[in-house]
Design a protein around this ligand. Structure first.
Ligand SMILES: N[C@@H](CCC(=O)N[C@@H](CS)C(=O)NCC(=O)O)C(=O)O
Length: 232
């Protein structure tokens, strides 16, 4: 059975949703990133990047165990393991899917993450950084809105791993000062994905551990501080 070493964050939810959509049996191994569990030797043996998510598939290629990190690579792997489900089979659709997956991995995830950091978590409020990432968040929403005005899903007609990668970052728009009233096509796409039973099960994985309210001083030090953790 696939082990998902994970936590209930947007990058973690991508994998929970994909595993649910694909009907793959999996076991959750919780990695509490607020407590520094991403730095244990067991986890570092799977990913030197000490970030969730990572998977271990005892039945990987050639029947050998596979360890994999980076959520985009994991999504492609899970699709290919199940015969290419959730990636369009026609070549143009396949490249559209990979293109929007890369757009999420290189744009939406990092930029929204930096917005969260400077607008919500940083003790020192830096107007330049907040303005820079607010503008990026809005720009990326405009790109998604333009795409979703011409196609129902990011890869085109079919729901795919590109949507699965993007949805957990786009839901909860108020956390980024976004109003879906300004992005009607994103709203339509979001609502269609949120209604999928597998997505509803995926976002519930470990949800009892989701932080409610402000980050504690301990979490802040582990995630952003200059302690033993961040120096590794
Ligand atoms: N590019 C990576 C990003 C992974 C990532 O940043 N994960 C965050 C949670 S969403 C994490 O593990 N943070 C722990 C830390 O910053 O120490 C991926 O998509 O898998």
């Amino acid at each position: 059975m696939i082990e998902a070493w994970t936590w209930p964050t947007p990058n973690g939810h991508k994998i929970h949703i994909a595993l649910e959509e694909l009907g793959l049996p999996y076991k959750v191994v919780p990695i509490n990133i607020g407590k520094g569990e991403q730095f244990t030797p067991e986890f570092l043996a799977i990913t030197p990047n000490h970030r969730i998510p990572a998977i271990v598939d005892p039945d990987g290629p050639g029947g050998k165990a596979l360890r994999l990190f980076e959520s985009g690579a994991i999504l492609i792997y899970l699709s290919e393991k199940t015969g290419g489900k959730l990636i369009p089979t026609d070549p143009a659709g396949r490249y559209a899917c990979l293109q929007w997956l890369m757009f999420q991995m290189g744009g939406v995830g990092p930029m929204f993450g930096q917005y969260n950091h400077f607008a919500n978590y940083a003790v020192e409020k830096l107007p330049y950084a907040i303005e820079r990432y607010t503008n990026e968040v809005k720009r990326l929403h405009r790109v998604l809105e333009t795409r979703l005005a011409e196609a129902p899903y990011l890869a085109g007609a079919e729901y795919s791993i590109a949507d699965i990668a993007t949805f957990p970052w786009v839901r909860n728009p108020d956390r980024r000062g976004i109003d879906f009233a300004d992005y009607p096509h994103i709203r339509r796409w979001h609502d269609a994905i949120a209604a999928r039973p597998a997505v509803q099960r995926g976002v519930e994985v470990l949800s009892e551990n989701q932080r409610r309210g402000a980050m504690s001083a301990e979490e802040r030090e582990i995630l952003f501080g200059k302690t033993q953790f961040s120096k590794r």
